[in-house]
Design a protein around this ligand. Sequence first.
Ligand SMILES: Nc1nc2c(ncn2[C@@H]2O[C@H](COP(=O)(O)OP(=O)(O)OP(=O)(O)O)[C@@H](O)[C@H]2O)c(=O)[nH]1
Ligand SMILES: [Mg+2]
Length: 286
Amino acid sequence: MLARYGASVLLLLPNQQTLTASVRRRLEHITCGDQVEFETDTKDGEVVTSIATRKNVLQRADFRNKTKTLASNIDQIVIVTAIKPVPDWQLVDQLIVAGIDMGVEVLLLAHKSDLENSEDLHQTHDYYKKIGHKSLITSLHDPASLESLDNQLTGKTNILVGQSGMGKSTLANYLIEHSEIKIGALSESSGHGQHTTSVAQCYPLGEDAYLIDSPGVRDFTATALSANQVSAGFLEIHEAAARCKFNDCRHQQEPACAVREQFEQGLISQQRMDSFARLLKQQSSL
Ligand SMILES: Nc1nc2c(ncn2[C@@H]2O[C@H](COP(=O)(O)OP(=O)(O)OP(=O)(O)O)[C@@H](O)[C@H]2O)c(=O)[nH]1
Ligand SMILES: [Mg+2]
């Protein structure tokens, strides 16, 4: 029989039922989102026997530069931001780059819009929208916004990603009826999230739709990407770069650089220029 691998030993069946199973030892690299085949063994119960070829994997490099796989077979990366904890836009850009490189859809959320000063957050989202990204303003206190979000997730395997404490599990909890996902309170003193979610977990979300809740990340280093792959993930920079005089322009001091021209005209933000430069540097040192 076929199923999706949820987490630990939970299988999600096409009829949206779940099943616990063990995994054949030689399949130790099974990951959240995998399409698996399983059979019923009279002694061991349900046993996963094979993993289908993955359409894609979301991977990151850990602090030792070892590749860690977060999830597989993703259609859409949903990047959750809020005004609290303070958003790390470089992390957002890294996740966008990873999503574009994987060829999946990217959706940005300006979540907790009920919080004070969320206008600042919305302004940054307006910039991302202007350059061509999908962005939604959501709040737990605004059911219509969550319905709009739900509509964006239909028929896809979605993964919620972002910093700890942004509200990923809260959103997942709302979206998945009867879910028992653990939700943590923001620690009062630091305002940082508590990394409540410790492993990625996949949940059924209606017909042929899934939602993967992932643990919060502090930084996200994609596995080795070329300068071109990084550039392709910055839509506005990539678009302008096509008009630079030099093919290998790094948009620093080179003459006739279309990217710097756009920056000087205020069409590309300082934040994105800095983020782009830092990411290029980071990738070249991997
Ligand atoms: N004001 C407000 N608070 C929210 C909203 N959504 C979530 N929160 C709160 O944000 C805090 C963190 O929520 P979580 O869902 O645990 O965050 P997370 O992103 O899953 O965190 P990790 O699992 O650590 O990655 C909780 O106290 C939630 O109640 C919202 O729309 N508005
Ligand atoms: Mg969580």
